[in-house]
Design a protein around this ligand. Structure first.
Ligand code: F6R
Length: 644
């Protein structure tokens, strides 16, 4: 077996050359895992550009099958860059898009027609007559003929040279939902509920997502000469595992790609994280037993055997592919005690260090006794949702705690909430023009969620005041609360701008003015619109720029999760316990964010309210520690240290 490698710097080799590495015995589709998706996307764009140029040199047309969705956006950005800076021409390119919602007007911003023009076609020199996208504006009796014609056109061009794909969490490619046949062709299909839920945020509500779509079939896709599928993020990890390692089944239509000879899956670490070779590499073959891997394996083994750490036996390790670990560590007895202590040392009720205590086995330093701390919160509620208990302890323990709300979070307030505040305002001041306008606007379209500059303003203030309610309740001064209103977020729509220098500078100047000993940031990157990732990037870039400043030597960065998912036990570097009373205090702090309760605009696919999610996750973490044989707490918040 050839070891699988992570590719960090593929400056000089294309990933197809890198693809000589064999897959493990569990894997049935060639895949390459990148450290992060941006670099991977650039390399995919380079492969497409290579195809285009080869064809150009031979005076031939290049037939591309294209996908929409969040996954290929960076690829299109890079193709546009290559067009603008490296004279990549699209004159010989003919495109066929995979799918379109039905019914759907071309002009609608949610249409795939709009998406493709916005992200690619409007910025390159492709000939309009060479663009083909299934039409969502057909009459029902025109659909069949259109689909047959779509297939004929692809054939007439000699088939697709290259097909770019994303993958849905149902296992769909294109919109071929579970049940689709291996030989299916372009047709009208019904979208799965999960697919519609995933699309709901951009449509501002599930009920507005079309129920059907026109999609190329599996048979159509599989006739492409080359297929590249992109998958990013932990959200996709389980479907990626099923697709690459599972048996071919119409229930996971992407598994049909196992039968295609020239397919590569391009994954980031999140999407690859459940593949056996990364998740449980000891089952695949010899592995290097780093401290992190030992921790992961021990926690996994406890889970598998339903035993606490100190009860694991040599046989448990040997039966589950960990003989080499035992050989390295001596015996189960020694290893168990070592790992028990490792996990025990992650637990602390002193998240910013315990004064006058020996800190050699504690997650945080004892000195300075009183620390300056910034809690960065991407939206104006992540602070209390994800680390409300720890926040409370930090304040109680006398540290100088600042909270920085990175974005205004304005689009997540519903129009009826804005109306309520505007009506109260009007009662007090009947001449106020802004309130008048808001009341008129919302009453004119009571069923719709839309935004205007006035609405966004009032919505932003609602979130600010809710945040202040919570931070006052926890006990910090308003002067320690910073509303950064990062510009990348301020588009008034779900689609945000890319992170810019202005965003990073705002974050940088706050860090430089406070000179914190601790920074807390959201490492919870599964929010539906990707704001947490951009928010984290703004902090990491700021840190990169100022890391040589002397005060940064004393600055530790801790990443929290909670609103969207939680750290695995093996990943936790600091676990902060909560008593039943502290759990209730945290719940109250979250309740101050009333606009995010009782029917939230952007719920994601988890139907629980934020306080319920947070509480259940915190209780679950405590339960998992208890099952490992550690102390029994009501709940725990978890943090991972980020080393820069
Ligand atoms: C889009 C398409 C879909 C998406 C899939 C993943 O044209 O056909 O199969 O590729 O739903 O969507 P994202 O990339 O948004 O996760």
């Amino acid at each position: 077996m050839v070891a699988k490698v992570h590719f960090k710097n593929l400056e000089d080799i294309s990933y197809r050359e890198a693809g000589i590495f064999e897959n493990t015995r569990y894997e049935k589709i060639h895949n390459i895992v990148f450290d992060e998706s941006n670099r991977a996307s650039e390399i995919v764009a380079r492969e497409i550009a290579g195809f285009m140029r080869d064809k150009q040199a031979r005076n031939e047309k290049c037939i591309l099958g294209l996908a929409t969705g969040s996954s290929p956006i960076r690829v299109y950005e890079e193709l546009v860059r290559l067009h603008k800076n490296e004279r990549l021409s699209f004159k010989n390119v003919v495109t066929f898009n995979l799918d379109e919602y039905y019914p759907m007007e071309k002009e609608n911003e949610q249409s795939y027609h709009y998406f493709m023009h916005d992200h690619l076609f409007n910025h390159v020199d492709i000939l309009p007559e060479n663009i083909h996208i299934p039409r969502g504006d057909l009459k029902p009796d025109e659909i069949l003929d259109f689909c047959i014609d779509y297939e004929k056109k692809i054939k007439a061009y000699g088939g697709l040279d290259f097909q770019l794909l994303g993958i849905g969490r149902t296992g769909h490619i294109g919109f071929n939902e579970p049940g689709s046949h291996n030989s299916s062709r372009t047709r009208l299909i019904t979208l799965d509920y999960l697919t519609r839920t995933d699309a709901a945020p951009s449509f501002l509500g599930l009920e507005k997502v079309p129920k059907r779509a026109i999609t190329m079939g599996i048979g159509t896709v599989k006739e492409a000469k080359r297929i590249v599928l992109l998958a990013w993020g932990e959200n996709k990890a389980s479907v990626v595992k099923e697709t690459i390692e599972g048996t071919i089944s119409s229930q996971v239509p992407a598994t049909y790609l196992q039968g295609h000879k020239n397919t590569t899956f391009i994954l980031d670490q999140g999407a690859a994280s459940m593949l056996t070779q990364y998740h449980t590499p000891w089952k695949v073959g010899p592995c290097e037993w780093t401290e992190d891997l030992i921790r992961r394996a021990t926690v996994w083994l406890c889970d598998l055997t339903s035993k606490s750490i100190l009860k694991l036996t040599d046989k448990d390790y040997n039966d589950n592919g960990m003989e080499s670990l035992l050989a390295q560590e001596g015996s189960a007895y020694d290893l168990n005690i070592k790992m028990f202590n490792v996990l025990q040392h992650t637990i602390t009720g002193w998240p910013a260090g315990k004064p006058n205590a020996d800190d050699s086995n504690r997650p945080e330093r004892a000195t300075p006794e009183k620390k300056r701390i910034i809690i960065f919160s991407p939206h104006p509620d992540d602070d209390v949702i994800s680390m409300g208990g720890t926040f409370d302890r930090l304040v109680d323990q006398g540290h100088d705690v600042h909270v920085a709300f990175q974005t205004s979070g304005n689009i997540a307030v519903s129009n009826h909430d804005a109306l309520k505040f505007a009506e109260v305002g009007l009662e007090l001041n009947p001449d106020n023009a802004v309130f008048k306008k808001i009341v008129e606007q919302v009453k004119a379209k009571p069923e719709e969620e839309f935004n205007t500059p006035e609405l966004l303003k009032v919505k932003g203030f609602i979130r600010q005041k809710e945040s202040l309610g919570a931070t006052r309740y926890v006990g910090i001064n308003d002067t320690n609360v910073h509303f950064l209103n990062l510009p990348f977020y301020e588009t008034g729509t779900v689609k945000k701008n890319a992170l810019g220098v202005a965003d990073v500078n705002i974050v940088k100047s706050l860090i430089t003015s406070i000179k914190p000993h601790q920074i807390y940031a959201a490492g919870d990157l599964a929010d539906p619109h990707g704001t947490h990732k951009v928010a984290l990037d703004s902090i990491l870039q700021a840190i990169e720029d100022i890391k040589s400043e002397p005060f940064m030597n004393d600055c530790w960065v801790w990443l929290y999760r909670g609103a969207w998912h939680e750290w695995g036990i093996h990943e936790i570097d600091m676990a902060v316990p909560m008593s039943p009373d502290q759990v209730l205090r945290k719940r109250k702090a979250i309740f101050f964010h009333q606009s995010q309760k009782d029917g939230v605009m952007f719920q994601g696919d988890d139907s629980r309210e934020f306080w319920v999610r947070a509480e259940e996750r915190n209780k679950d973490t405590a339960l998992k520690y208890r099952r490992l044989g550690l102390a029994d707490y009501e709940a725990m918040e978890a943090f991972k240290r980020y080393h820069f």
